[in-house]
Each structure stands twice: as C-alpha cells, then as structure tokens.
Design a protein around this ligand. Structure first.
Ligand SMILES: Cc1cc2nc3c(=O)[nH]c(=O)nc-3n(C[C@H](O)[C@H](O)[C@H](O)COP(=O)(O)O)c2cc1C
Length: 148
C-alpha cells in the first residue's frame, strides 16, 4: 500500500475542553447524497476514543508546507498541548478545532462505525465544508510529496 498515493489530513475531535487530533492518510470520499467520508482509525487512538464518545470530528487537509504538523499529530514531534495553544486554529460550528492554513476543511457528524481488524472504519456525514489554498500534502512510498 506504500505505492498508493494518499492525501494527508489531520482528523480532530474534542472532549470537553481537551482537543485531540491525529494525522491520517485513510480519508476517502464515499457518497455525494448524503455527503459521506470515511476514515480508518486505530483502535488505540485517543482521537478515535473522543470521536466515538462525542459522535463528531473535523478534518483539515494539510498542504505541503504543513509537513511539520503531520509529524506533530503522528506523535513524531513534540506533543500538542490539550488546547493547541502553539498551533494556529479556529473552532468550527460544531465546537471542534480546525487548523489554519489548510487546503480544505470538513466538519462531520459520526454516523457509522465498523470494526475492521485493529482499526475502526468511521463514516462521517459532512455538515460543513470549505476550501483554502495551497498544494496538498501527499503520502507516497513512506515519504511526503506534493503535486509539483
Ligand atoms: C502519514 C501518516 C498517516 C497516518 N494515517 C493514519 C490513519 O489513517 N489512521 C490512523 O488511525 N492512524 C494513522 N496514522 C498514525 C497516527 O497519526 C498516530 O498513531 C497518532 O499518534 C495517533 O494519535 P492519538 O492517539 O492522539 O489519536 C498515520 C501516521 C502518519 C505519519
């Protein structure tokens, strides 16, 4: 699967005053009517636990210049503080943070969860969407790339 290019996103959630987020390459568009996306989330992920509890999540589509953010939300760089004070963000209509400077954003309501091995397939209905600027961050062959 390392040979399959995939967009890189941060999936975020909120548990009371605590923000959570993880880097993901498993986001897929599924349905237009209603608008549905899915993501495969590790069973051990703290973000997945918050999403299942609150039944909501947001998606920030990273750009090439946000590679350091992908590393941070993958646990490969200094951990995020629970209010993301060191990272520019805004709060979506659903109360969940979205990262600033991204290529696009989604706000989602969790509508289905399917167990799949050591991950859960989480299906979200998109309740709000917006586009930003910048070339997408792409994962291919275990490294980050962009379109040109
Ligand atoms: C490029 C990349 C893609 C990833 N894609 C996923 C993914 O699709 N689903 C997932 O559960 N974890 C994925 N991970 C791993 C999570 O980002 C990582 O386990 C994270 O630390 C989980 O954080 P949490 O426990 O705070 O939720 C990916 C990591 C990287 C670097």
């Amino acid at each position: 699967m390392a040979r399959l290019p995939a967009g890189v996103v941060v999936i975020s959630a909120r548990l009371e005053d605590e923000f959570r987020g993880l880097t993901a390459s498993s986001l897929v568009s599924i349905s237009l009517e209603p608008p549905l996306v899915l993501a495969g989330l590790e069973r051990e992920s703290a973000t997945r636990a918050a999403i299942l509890e609150t039944k909501a999540f947001n998606v920030s589509l990273l750009t090439r210049s946000q590679e350091f953010i992908a590393d941070r939300f993958a646990g490969r760089a200094p951990a995020m503080d629970p209010q993301w004070r060191t990272l520019p963000h805004r709060i979506g209509a659903n109360g969940i943070p979205l990262l600033e400077g991204c290529a696009a954003w989604l706000e989602c309501r969790l509508v289905e969860v399917h167990a799949a091995g050591d991950h859960d397939i989480c299906v979200g209905e998109v309740t709000a969407a917006a586009t930003g600027r910048g070339d997408p961050l792409i994962l291919w062959d275990r490294a980050f790339w962009t379109l040109h």
